[in-house]
Design a protein around this ligand. Structure first.
Ligand SMILES: Nc1ncnc2c1ncn2[C@@H]1O[C@H](COP(=O)(O)OP(=O)(O)OP(=O)(O)O)[C@@H](O)[C@H]1O
Length: 355
């Protein structure tokens, strides 16, 4: 059975008028009953070249086994969605294909653990991935990735540190934790902007941004300033955490960042001795909320001592025990996020133009 991901892959091999693969221009993908509908965002002033690209895309998709018919339409490029247009000072992000925020309405729900394992899960699928620990009030990337020491400086830029195949930057590499904790509003925002703009990220398929918990001014400014492709919200199943998760969804929606979905962390507990499953916090609330809010539910991560031990000792489970069921939960999550990024992000309103 062909999937939407196969359509994206076919366009990864088809160059477009800008020289970049046509998959970079996708603004919408849908596959149902063997019929593929794809929209490509292009520059209307180069309509002839885009018309040729449209036909090439149609042919490439119709060659996929299981696709009977492909309809490819052109939509006008939404300039505001490109990193350069929204934030000229963030030039060092221009070779980053997708920037994904991981947010939570509330602290301590496992946002950082999820960010690290999600980033590793994306890397496990062949992507080049960076992790920006933007949680300036409680930077945890140094601990989670087992990194010590200071990043090097090359030219005017900080060189990201590397661990388990990820590039990483954290305010925790630069100042001691207590110092960052006392920063307020504008100072915190300024530090974040610098970490985005003054780091030599290089070419990345995805930069996972571990956001500060909550939905205050710092988070809102960050969501507005960074050219985010989408946001993932982490919640635990308790009612209070879910109320805050709904606020986080509302915050990203307010600034028109697509919410890729909600993850339920610490969803259930499997007793390591008897294997019995207990639903300590009335599991399932995040799935119901996701349905009510009309956003995808991305999955459940169990509450497991192994996840805590590996995270807290700098050996994240996806990097050090990829075959374990715990890593499997994160790998499944990463696969969903990858597909959503490739198919949902940059979805422009369909202003169709003819070639
Ligand atoms: N699924 C899980 N199973 C067991 N322990 C977990 C799980 N997820 C996170 N933890 C543990 O819970 C604690 C808090 O997790 P983490 O630091 O990722 O949360 P956070 O939401 O980023 O917190 P903060 O608000 O402080 O940034 C850590 O000790 C972590 O190891």
């Amino acid at each position: 059975m062909a999937t939407e991901s196969d359509l994206v892959q076919a366009l990864e091999k088809t160059p477009g008028p800008t020289g970049a693969p046509l998959s970079h221009a996708i603004s919408g993908v849908n596959l149902s009953g063997g019929k593929a509908f794809v929209s490509l965002a292009g520059d209307p002033s180069r309509a002839k070249e885009w018309e040729a690209a449209r036909l090439a895309a149609q042919e490439a998709i119709e060659r996929i086994a299981g696709v009977e018919r492909a309809v490819v339409t052109l939509t006008a490029e939404r300039k505001a969605a490109s990193p350069e247009a929204r934030r000229p000072s963030l030039a060092s992000l221009e070779n980053v294909r997708f920037i994904v925020a991981v947010g939570s309405g509330k602290g301590g729900v496992g946002k950082s653990t999820t960010s690290v394992n999600l980033a590793l899960g994306l890397a496990a699928q062949g992507w080049r991935v960076g992790l920006l620990d933007a949680d300036i009030y409680g930077p945890s990337a140094p601990r989670l990735l087992g990194l010590t020491g200071k990043p090097e400086v090359a030219g005017q830029k900080l060189v990201p540190m590397e661990a388990h195949g990820l590039k990483a930057m954290s305010i925790g590499f630069l100042v001691n934790e207590n110092e960052a904790m006392i920063w307020r509003g504008p100072m915190a925002t300024q530090a974040l902007t610098q970490m985005l703009g003054e780091v030599a990220w290089g070419e990345l398929d995805a930069l996972v941004v571990d956001m500060p918990p909550g939905t205050g001014d710092v988070q809102l400014t960050m969501a507005q300033q960074v050219p985010l492709a989408g946001a993932v919200i982490v919640s635990t199943p308790q009612d209070l955490a879910l109320i805050d998760a709904r606020r986080a969804v509302a915050m990203f929606r307010k600034v028109e960042i697509p919410v890729l979905g909600i993850i339920e962390n610490m969803s259930y507990f499997i007793c390591p001795r008897c294997g019995e499953r207990s639903e300590i916090f009335a599991h399932g609330g995040a799935r119901r909320d996701a349905e009510a809010l009309g956003v995808p539910f991305l999955g459940e991560i169990p509450l497991e001592a192994r996840i805590r031990e590996t995270s807290d000792s700098g050996r994240p489970v996806v990097a050090t025990d990829a075959q374990s069921p715990q890593a499997g939960a994160y790998l499944a999550l990463a696969a969903k996020v990858k597909t959503l990024l490739e198919t949902q992000s940059r979805r422009a309103p369909p202003r169709i133009f003819a070639g």
